[in-house]
Design a protein around this ligand. Structure first.
Ligand SMILES: Nc1nc2c(ncn2[C@@H]2O[C@H](COP(=O)(O)OP(=O)(O)OP(=O)(O)O)[C@@H](O)[C@H]2O)c(=O)[nH]1
Ligand SMILES: [Mg+2]
Length: 334
């Protein structure tokens, strides 16, 4: 069953789980099941791109030369990426040749297992055992950084009982600060901001300073959107990190890159270039609702070895969830 918020975060002990909106912990399995259903619905376009081909292959029963070609095409169509596709199909083919897989159903099961294995790469949790843990959100314009931070803050405060401070280091647009202020009000947490056009590093510095002073558990720093090809702006991210490290040596502890799933292979390129500019610890894959390119999670995990930690399947608070590799693979195929 889907991973829960408490599975995503490493904390140092029991915290009061004060689920908001009057829900109780007993409702949690129901909520998780509900999310899986919605994940499946939201991945329907990707599943159609992938599934029709695979289903046709499976119905035929026999696994032959055609099977591999069709499977390869289907995975590429779903934006799984050339390298990861070649790896998956190559492995399946050799397992089939060795007699380990026979028939469509066994192939489908093995494929689901393999996709889940690829998606489950590296450290897929977020360590919150620092005082405070500093999380920084980076990514291309409009990919969902601010929204993700807002939702994350809400879940940390209300479900894990943690104290959060937000840093509005997107000083590029005044509206960006207002947007984050709205989320801070909703989550009930403090926010640190500076005037429009001020130095993002100094806002980040001040946010971490105040986080320490207030005894916050987590400080989340928002940054302005930037293209992965804008070298000067990418260098600015490294600078913001250095300024944060002046407050806490090993901070930021977690750098999350938001990737818009609808951009497909471009998302892989974004992840590659961002991770060359700053260490990226995890991916937030947003807008999985309504895209046929949902296989991009596999391309990023398979080719770059960066774990997808969170997924967004809509704009509402409950639409952000910890990523679950098994659920994802299952929802892609069946
Ligand atoms: N459908 C859908 N929309 C989303 C999701 N995540 C974010 N959005 C929407 O995407 C739009 C952009 O989100 P923001 O959070 O402002 O993106 P950002 O990366 O902070 O943008 P900049 O600060 O301009 O770089 C908003 O309208 C969000 O509501 C998602 O998972 N699904
Ligand atoms: Mg933003």
């Amino acid at each position: 069953m889907a991973r829960d918020w408490s599975d995503l975060f490493i904390t140092d002990g029991a915290r009061p789980a004060t689920i908001g909106d009057g829900a109780s912990l007993a409702d949690e399995p129901e909520r998780r099941r509900g999310f899986f259903k919605r994940l499946r619905t939201n991945l329907s376009k990707t599943r159609e791109a992938l599934g029709a081909e695979i289903q046709a292959t499976l119905l035929e029963g026999d696994v032959d030369e055609d099977t591999w070609e069709r499977l390869e095409e289907a995975l590429i169509m779903a934006d799984v990426g050339a390298a990861t596709t070649a790896r998956v199909v190559g492995e399946l083919e050799s397992e089939a040749a060795g007699g380990a897989i026979s028939g469509g159903e066994a192939l489908s099961r093995r494929l689901a297992g393999m996709l889940a294995e690829i998606a489950r790469t590296g450290e897929d949790r977020i360590d919150l055992r620092h005082a405070p843990t500093v999380i920084m959100a980076v990514g291309v314009n409009g990919t969902g950084k601010t929204t993700t931070i807002g939702k994350l803050a809400w879940h940390l405060q209300h479900e894990l009982g943690l104290k959060v401070v937000l840093g509005a280091a997107d000083t590029f647009r005044a509206a960006a600060v207002q947007q984050l202020e709205g989320w801070a009000r909703r989550a009930g947490c403090e926010i640190v901001s500076g005037p429009e056009g001020s130095d993002p590093g100094s806002v980040a510095f001040e946010a971490v300073r105040q986080g320490r002073e207030l005894g916050a558990d987590v400080v989340i720093v928002d940054t302005a959107g930037r293209l992965h090809t804008q070298d000067d702006l990418m260098a600015e991210l490294a600078k913001v990190r250095r300024v944060i490290a002046k407050q806490i040596d090993d901070a930021p502890h977690e750098t999350l890159l938001t990737v818009d799933a609808t951009t497909g292979q471009n998302g892989l390129r974004q992840a590659k270039l961002f991770s060359e500019a700053v260490p990226v610890d995890g991916i937030v894959l947003t807008k999985l609702d309504g895209t046929a390119k949902g296989g991009i999670a596999l391309a990023i995990a398979g080719e770059l070895g960066i774990a997808v930690k969170l997924i967004g399947i809509g704009e509402a608070l409950e639409d952000l969830r910890p990523f679950d590799a098994d659920d994802y693979a299952q929802a892609l195929l069946t």
